[in-house]
Write a new protein. Structure first.
Lengths: 340, 340
DNA sequence: CACCAGATACAAAACGTTTTGCAAAGGGAA
DNA sequence: TTCCCTTTGCAAAACGTTTTGTATCTGGTG
């Protein structure tokens, strides 16, 4: 193992002092080094494969260039991957790197993990949830720049980013209405979370905006999984005056609706149109026909959160901002005109 | 912002020197400090909320307690989440933390990201792929303890961990045979990757072991997605002497087989049994009936890789090891006895 | 009573950078 | 030629730990 090359090696090889090397490389203060010298130093550094030790520079600068990302649960959905990737890409672009830590639901463990992040002197923390929810920010984060990802809290001094739930539902239902439907059902989540309320509101907004009658029997709630969606859709689509289109709380619920439709001998989209939310590609692409759905901007939220935190670090004192990101419609094949 | 509490603050508060504090806290060399003093120091440190600065200790010890995890693509499947979580949990248990970096397919970017990891002085790197494949380890990793996750390379001096593809297929097919089937089809992947060959081999092994005739027309290849599985299954199940059970390359392919069976009016598992590989819960749980499948040990591989790397760091010189991890059968409802 | 060994605590150096305060060199104006 | 200013380079301190070598204290033994 070749012993790592340090700044003094570069200095020696270039025939200058370590000060000069440092100045040449971090050209901020570089009025102090001649252009030719700077070029020389850089060439030598590259040839030697010199990579500045961030532990040393971080120690000196009191800045680690590391961001922490703490999340609750990252195993079950691909959402986590998108968020992490969004965060990591943004961090990379700005010269930072991300430490990921996840704790399931164990807040004791979470605190210890946050403590580890602190020990590594992270410059800030993205506190992420996999499903949009309201959270209590752990006291351990006190004093660290923090932004909430896919979650909100009462403390308005903390920035946060969430999907625009109401807008997402409106987008979906608008598309359904544009396709010509007037009897539109919704299978909502039965859990008391922001997404449930927001999507219900968006659904009702869109109907109202177009002067459509809302039949309360067509708005049902279910467990937000495939089985729940299936049950609910069987009920909804079994009625004589069944809806001609179903807006589903999520793509998994929509998958249940597909199963129900198939079981009832209804073709999609000829007999019934179905629209979901999530753009969970692994499902939306796999359904037959493909599921028209509204994408949740996980990648963008991850990216936004990191940019916000870095802005805050580089330019402290800016007021916190609570953001809602747009959710675009992704068209596949499950939305068509109503039958007959 | 309260200025961070350092070791000298603890020393002052406890009325001892920083040396003593250090010794008291890292009890390795602690023969040098009286038990009572040690306890005192620890109490004071806890009360003050002292958290040792890892940049400083890392600089001194030449050990960052950080592991790098570089992966190709983490957005599309939940596999990445399981791997990362397995790695992170293992790291946490041993006092390490994980830096995640992902580069898509851009090897130029990958090199720059590995370089960032180096700058942060990571103690080792887990080089991960999302799908089992053969890779070339980038030269940038030279000199860093490295283990391959879900991938292998020619260089046998590098440890690696992959799923036991052959065993996974044998497990699946054994289960099918145990259920009483004798005409068993397989929808394999058309890509030339290790999983393709291993699963084919396992399929044939199991048949042979039970003296079952192998009808070449019942072993087909397809694009490893739902659409491919659907096409292939339509062909397979449309024949008069159709197989009574289908072993699918993946759960997504199996989902296509479900669609084909439904389209042909075949019930699962009464008319045809289906078994997959992956245990992609979001699909396997959502299908109706639930998909019996063989789990790929992503979490375990992540954990194994980290433990291996830490063993290597703490105890250098141990020979590299190439591991294959078992893949357990997960029973849901798609495997039953053959019809009639 | 003097001495010594063992137990305990301390001061200082080192890890690899960045940055400040100075010194040296170079060049132009008087 | 002399002086002074500008440009360029250097030495040293600092960041927060760990660890080595040494000093001090305690109490037991001869």
């Amino acid at each position: 193992m070749t012993t790592r090359v340090g700044i003094r090696d570069v200095a020696k090889a270039a025939g200058v002092s370590v000060t000069t090397v440092s100045h040449a490389l971090n050209d901020a203060t570089s009025f102090r080094v001649k252009a030719a010298t700077q070029q020389l130093v850089r060439d030598v550094a590259r040839d030697l494969g010199y990579a500045p030790n961030k532990m040393a520079s971080g120690l000196r600068n009191q800045r680690s260039q590391i961001l922490g990302l703490v999340s609750d649960e990252i195993t079950t959905t691909p959402f986590a991957g998108a968020m992490i990737r969004g965060a990591q890409d943004a961090a990379y672009d700005r010269g930072y790197v991300v430490m990921v830590v996840n704790s399931g639901l164990d807040s004791e463990l979470e605190n210890r993990e946050i403590n580890m992040l602190r020990q590594h002197q992270v410059d800030g923390v993205v506190y992420a949830r996999m499903y949009h929810q309201s959270v209590q920010v752990p006291a351990e984060l006190e004093g660290l720049p923090t932004v909430l990802l896919d979650s909100v809290t009462d403390d308005k001094s903390i920035s946060s980013v969430i999907p625009d739930e109401v807008g997402a539902a409106e987008t979906a239902v608008e598309a359904i209405i544009q396709a010509g439907h007037t009897r539109i059902g919704m299978i909502n989540n039965m859990d008391d979370i922001p997404a449930t309320h927001g999507r219900r509101e968006g659904f009702l907004n869109a109907l109202r905006r177009h002067g459509l009658q809302h039949d309360p029997r067509h708005l049902v709630i279910a467990q937000p999984e495939t089985a729940g969606g299936r049950e609910a859709a069987l009920g909804l689509l079994g009625q004589p005056d069944r809806p001609t289109a179903l807006f589903c709380f999520s793509d998994r619920v929509a998958m249940g609706a597909y199963q129900a439709a198939t079981a009832l001998g209804l073709r999609i989209p000829e007999d019934v149109s179905i629209v979901g939310i999530d753009n969970l590609e692994i499902i939306a692409d796999a359904l037959w026909p493909g599921l028209t759905t509204v994408a949740l901007p996980h990648y963008e939220m991850g990216s936004w959160a990191v940019h916000r935190i870095l802005d805050d670090i580089e330019n402290p004192g800016e007021p916190a901002v609570q953001t809602r990101l747009d959710c675009p419609l992704i068209e596949r094949g499950s939305l068509g005109p109503p039958p007959r």
